[in-house]
Design a binder for this molecule. Structure first.
Ligand SMILES: [Ca+2]
Ligand SMILES: [Ca+2]
Length: 552
């Protein structure tokens, strides 16, 4: 995850999630408080979000990708939440009879490739709780590939010296023989290997995803920290929480001692670490003795949570008194084409009849236009989630707004997103991504490698509480690692964020395990947490900045 403030314009222009309603001409000159009650998505029982629009024929296949759906060979990837793990095989079999195919399974959750025409019918299966667009596991950074590799080198992360790993290297500790898996996207790994930035004995777990170079930088950092470790590159298949859970499990079972993940998902569960990936992380620890290090995310400046408030009773939520639009980047002009992935959830799990939506608002001079809305319908059989995936349609100032379509309960709204400019009304607490929320995840924050200061974008704990409330959460992060470090992939001091911090901790775990091969994962973690510096435990840096100190 590199600096979230860096926004890369995209070439193509996508205006909206849903085919018709979001560019409502009548709405263009009115404030959002006057927007029509609904340009609505369709209500398909037990089908959520853009998947319902596709199932109802209101979303063309060509619009499905920009709307956040994954399509391949005419089939769409769906998350099926079943009544329980024992029901998953029957649902998978029903999907096959309808022309579908199972992509991944974890417990009660399935990822299924389905013909769009089969979605509504499969949703009718009595063991299906609901079908939804799967959350996407992403590097929490801008679109990659726009930057050239720095060339030159060799590059050694400044984090090696900042954490004291260099002293361990000098004493002969290099993580010899410890198996470390990097889970990510690996465009350009062969060049990095040829440059000597990755170890010669590198193992590849096929198939690797090559859609980003992000994971190459992470692997470089692990190698800098633990040059004797046996490194494996692996990708999530498919790139969803269910695919991530499955992959973590398989890696741990195959003997990987340390797994490092600098990608994550925003929102598919209440935020208390009860989702499939957190379950897989716990099993990796309990059954196989593996330690999973996970980036907290860079969302601290792009998160807001709080109760729904509507003092003027116009349906539009107020982030503060009289504030119905939460401006991006303080209302500064942003270039058209900037990618926006924003998500809203509320604490009414697992299915809700409280119907909110998330809208993009253009802030013009003297007027506001509601340009696009997420449009998912909640009628009692859909999860409490809305997703807004789009590109800013033109140069201008923008904000986000939340509208209640129907419902009467008291709910905690929770707004988060990927790679977005800071929100004017922002709440850093509870801004972490999944699976940094998990009870057995080693969740890593970012501190500047030179100053040691907490980076203001580094997501903060604690987690949400059970069910998505703001109380009763668990303490996160565990500790902080250095960011703003040098890699071949991103150049001199060009690797930012908790993505950069996390592989430093993973590499340090390999050093400790190499020095104490008989230790359990818990012993390694306890040791790492005892080798930290900084103020007492807090939700920005956890137990402090990693500082290994003298070698054993
Ligand atoms: Ca209002
Ligand atoms: Ca809705």
């Amino acid at each position: 995850m590199r600096c979230p403030c860096r926004l890369l314009p995209l070439i193509s222009l996508v205006l909206c999630l849903l085919p018709l309603p979001c560019l409502a001409g009548a709405d263009r000159s009115l404030g959002p408080e006057h927007a029509p009650a609904r340009p609505a998505g369709p209500a398909v029982p037990k089908v959520a979000g853009a998947l319902a629009s596709l199932a109802a024929g209101e979303l063309r296949a060509s619009q499905a990708g920009p709307a956040g759906l994954m399509l391949s060979q005419g089939r769409v990837l769906a998350l099926a939440r079943t009544l329980g793990p024992e029901h998953a095989p029957a649902v998978a079999a029903a999907a096959r009879r309808l022309g579908g195919e199972e992509a991944a399974r974890w417990g009660a959750w399935l990822n299924l490739w389905l013909p769009p025409s089969a979605v509504a019918e499969l949703a009718g299966h009595p063991a299906v709780l609901y079908l939804a667009p799967p959350a996407r596991v992403r590097p929490l950074s801008g679109p990659d590939g726009a930057e050239a590799s720095a060339g030159g080198g060799p590059y050694i992360s400044e984090g090696v010296a900042a954490t004291g790993a260099d002293l361990w290297h000098a004493a002969g500790y290099a993580g010899q023989g410890v198996r470390v898996a990097v889970l990510d996207f690996f465009q350009g790994w062969e060049q990095a290997l040829a440059q000597g930035e990755l170890p010669a004995g590198l193992e590849i777990r096929e198939p690797l995803s090559l859609s980003s170079r992000h994971g190459v930088a992470c692997a470089e950092v692990v190698h800098d920290m633990a040059p004797g470790a046996r490194l494996t590159l692996a990708s999530y298949q498919p790139p969803t929480p269910v695919g991530m859970a499955r992959t973590i499990h398989d890696l741990a079972r195959s003997g990987q001692r340390v797994i490092t993940s600098s990608v994550g998902s925003v929102f598919y569960s209440p935020g208390y670490g009860t989702g499939p990936v957190s379950q897989a992380v716990s099993r990796a620890r309990e059954e196989f003795g593996a330690l999973v290090c996970q980036a907290m995310g860079n969302q601290a400046q792009f998160h807001w949570d709080g109760p729904f408030r509507d003092a003027d009773r116009d349906g539009w939520h107020e982030f503060a008194a009289g504030v119905e639009v939460n401006a991006l980047a303080g209302g500064r002009r942003l270039p058209g084409g900037v990618e926006v992935h924003a998500f809203l959830r509320w604490n009414d799990w697992p299915m809700t009849d409280q119907d909110y939506e998330l809208c993009l608002v253009h802030l013009g001079v003297g007027d506001r236009q509601t340009v696009a809305c997420s449009g998912g319908r909640q009628t009692g059989t859909q999860p409490p989630l809305e997703a807004l995936n789009l590109l800013l349609p033109w140069n201008g100032s923008w904000g986000l707004a939340v509208r209640r379509q129907s419902g009467s309960g008291e709910h905690i709204l929770d707004l988060n997103g990927y790679n977005l400019p800071p929100l004017a009304h922002n709440q850093p607490a509870r801004s972490l991504v999944d699976p940094a929320t998990g009870p057995d995840t080693v969740s890593v924050a970012a501190a500047d490698v030179a100053s040691g200061a907490w980076q203001p974008y580094s997501s903060r704990g604690p987690t949400h509480g059970p069910g998505g409330w703001r109380i009763g959460g668990r303490d996160k992060p565990e500790l902080a690692g250095p960011d703003r470090v040098s890699t071949w992939t991103y150049g001199p001091q060009g690797f930012y964020g908790t993505s950069a911090a996390t592989p430093h901790v993973a590499g340090a775990a390999a050093l400790v395990w190499g020095a104490h091969p008989g230790w359990s994962a818990q012993e390694v973690l306890d040791y790492l947490l005892s080798r930290t510096t900084g103020p007492p435990y807090n939700h920005a840096l956890g137990f402090g900045r990693l500082h290994l100190g003298a070698a054993p």
